[in-house]
Ligand binder design. Structure first.
Ligand code: NAP
Length: 316
């Protein structure tokens, strides 16, 4: 009989996380999805869950795991975890903030440049042999344009630092103003959009931010404005966005996240004024290793009776 705690994975985790997990735990790999009968047999023993930022850990799953003590998410966003239900049961929830700030901020700037300068279209222009037939249409300048950040947390601040190097005036909205930061605060996304050329969304997902970016915000952003979403697909009303892009209500959008990943509506994929990437905000080798190490450290600290390196704020 093994003395290792039983752990359930709820995502396809990278080998560099699975290997340490398998050394320290008896790992049941997504058994709830693959073999419901086997899951029922081991459910009473499960003391930990490990998943990714996209994982769903609802009240129903937790209710089937009477010995559950901790949910460790490899990601900073934990909107898929029912933290209220976890807290009610005394289950700790941990995530991996900070270590991915650079990568997500880098991607936000890359998306801003890609949509404004039409880099994917320019690349296709050369690759498809269209250059001899004539030049590309002119693009939009990013340096000096006004940046609006919806969310001014860890990643929002990392984006702002990078944008300063592009000479961009910076404004933001958040739940509250940050008097310590030298950027203009707007009380609503709509007011911020009206004062922005690039509107970058970097809030958490979940009920509180659902469709925060709606048709009204897009109208306020206007026909020369670009929307960049590196937060969660749920924060943007995708149907309203598609309509705004088709009608020229906004100039373009660059998106890392979508409402129903990995499915991206054909109507969005058919548009030319978008740049679409498959949720790669933190997807570098260096950062994913750092996230895996933190997700593992949170679990190890819990079972060693030590404080967690990064419990979510609700569980601190
Ligand atoms: P954070 O430090 O907690 O910052 C979140 C910011 O959003 C804060 O400024 C917060 O306002 C603001 N906010 C929260 N709820 C809001 C609301 N209802 N209305 C307006 N603003 C609201 O989080 P972070 O580390 O920067 O990460 C932010 C999010 O990025 C994550 O939760 C995740 O969803 C997303 N993310 C995406 C990727 C990717 O691969 N694309 C990777 C990592 C993270 P206050 O400051 O006033 O509290």
């Amino acid at each position: 009989m093994s003395s290792k705690p039983d752990l359930l994975t709820v995502a396809r985790l990278a080998p560099f996380l699975m290997e340490p997990l398998q050394r320290a735990f008896t790992v049941h790999d997504r058994l709830h999805e693959q073999d419901p009968a086997a899951f029922e047999r081991i459910a009473p023993r499960i003391r930990a869950i490990c998943g990714s930022g996209e994982s769903k850990v609802g009240a129903e799953l937790m209710a089937r795991l009477p010995a559950l003590e901790i949910v460790s998410i490899m990601g900073v966003g934990y909107d898929g975890v029912d933290v209220t239900a976890a807290k009610a049961r005394g289950v700790m929830v941990a995530h991996t903030p900070e270590v991915l700030n650079d990568d997500v901020a880098d991607l936000a700037l890359a998306l801003m440049l890609n949509i404004a300068r039409r880099i994917p279209q320019a690349e296709r222009h050369v690759r498809d042999g269209q250059w001899p037939a004539g030049p590309m249409p002119l693009a939009s300048k990013m340096s000096g344009a006004r940046l609006g950040l919806v969310g001014m947390g860890r990643i929002g601040q990392a984006i702002a630092l990078r944008a300063l190097a592009f000479g961009m005036p910076i404004a933001y909205t958040a739940r509250s103003a940050k008097p310590g930061l030298p950027y203009a605060f707007h009380a609503t996304p709509q007011a911020l959009a009206a004062a922005s050329d690039f509107l970058v969304v970097i809030t958490p997902g979940g009920a509180a931010t659902r469709k925060l970016i709606d048709a009204g915000v897009l109208r306020a952003l206007g026909p020369n404005g670009y929307l960049i979403n590196v937060a969660r697909g749920s924060v943007v009303d995708e149907a309203a966005l598609i309509e705004a892009l088709k009608q020229g209500t906004i100039a373009g959008a660059a998106l890392d996240v979508f409402e129903n990943e990995p499915n991206v509506p054909a109507a969005l994929r058919a548009l030319d004024n978008v740049v679409l990437v498959p949720h790669i905000g933190s997807a570098t080798t260096q950062t994913r290793h750092a996230m895996a190490a933190r997700a593992f450290d949170n679990l190890q600290a819990h079972f060693a009776g030590q404080p967690l390196p990064s419990a979510v704020p609700e569980c601190r």
